[in-house]
Design a protein around this ligand. Structure first.
Ligand SMILES: O=C(O)CCC(=O)C(=O)O
Ligand SMILES: [Fe+2]
Length: 285
């Protein structure tokens, strides 16, 4: 590449960056006091807002450069969405503010009921497209309303639901908005997995639950340690994929990907007190 070409390449990148709008809807004022925590009766405790200094970093991060992967029945785009130091601060902030839990469920093993604990921490927010929460994350008495009638949702609508509706707290709403702006998609669930030790992982599965629709878009933001994301085609066993998801990377799966492929996330190979990981998993319904 000639010198002239390199210069013009960087000149156009700089021009792009300068013309890019701020990434956040309301860019933070660095001197503003932190927003109050988000509260709701469905939360075990108030959920702290992201620190203002971190919001400022999110707003000034450079625009990400997407990469696409071409394989049969697969639609994946991935981005270096946040610079690693910003992603690390996000990880620490969310790890201390979010109410994580281990999901347990019961299976029959040799006709005995056995309780299984999932090998990761999780926390889920959002509600399906039949309902929505009134107000926004600055309101603490947000009511669950029917999407069509705009009246209170009947008490039994989510009675047997494994993930009872919970409004998305402000700290995750910010990230959801950034992902929506970049991908042009809208999401109404945010699931955060926290892999707290080397033995934490998620087994092969696809996010193909009926309520997600036939071709759901799933965006996954990785924060913390680099971790292998493994994929295999459901029918064509020769088709596999291994991606090392790094701190601050955003992976977007679309189209037939959930119908045709399985994905899993391994436990991390080398453990140190800092090599823990979380992924923010945003689902569109
Ligand atoms: O943590 C990840 O990257 C994947 C998580 C996942 O596949 C899920 O929660 O369904
Ligand atoms: Fe998944």
């Amino acid at each position: 590449m000639s010198k002239r070409t390199i210069t013009s390449f960087f000149a156009s990148r700089l021009a792009d960056t300068a013309s890019k709008k701020p990434r956040l809807d309301s860019p933070p004022d660095a001197d503003a006091p932190p927003s109050p925590p988000t509260t709701h009766p469905s939360y075990p405790h108030p959920i702290a807002a992201l620190p203002t200094s971190l919001l400022t970093l999110l707003d000034t991060s450079p625009p990400p450069a997407p990469h696409t992967i071409t394989k049969p029945d697969l639609s994946i785009t991935h981005y270096h969405f946040f610079p690693p130091p910003t992603a690390r601060q996000l990880f620490l902030s969310l790890r201390s503010s979010l109410p994580f839990y281990r999901v347990t469920y019961t299976i029959k093993r040799d006709s005995l009921d056995t309780t299984v604990r999932t090998p990761r921490y999780t926390t889920v927010f959002g509600v399906d497209a039949n309902s929505y929460f009134s107000g926004d994350s600055s309101h603490d008495a947000r009511a669950l309303l029917d999407s069509k009638t705009h009246k209170a949702v009947p008490g039994d609508r989510y009675r047997n639901c494994v993930c009872p509706p919970r409004p998305i707290p402000g700290c995750l709403e910010v990230l959801k908005n950034l992902v929506e702006r970049e991908t042009g998609e809208t999401f109404n669930f945010v699931l955060v997995n926290y892999y707290a030790s080397p033995s934490d992982s998620i087994a092969y599965h696809s996010d193909d639950e009926a309520f997600l629709g036939p071709n759901p878009t799933i965006a996954s933001l990785s924060l913390g340690a680099t971790r292998d994301f493994l994929m295999k085609h459901k029918e064509d066993k020769a088709q596999t994929l291994k991606l090392a998801l790094t701190n601050g990377e955003l992976l977007v799966m679309k189209g037939a990907t959930q119908r045709k492929w399985l994905h899993s996330s391994t436990s991390i190979p080398i453990y140190s007190p800092t090599a823990v990981d979380t992924s923010i998993y945003t689902k569109r319904i």
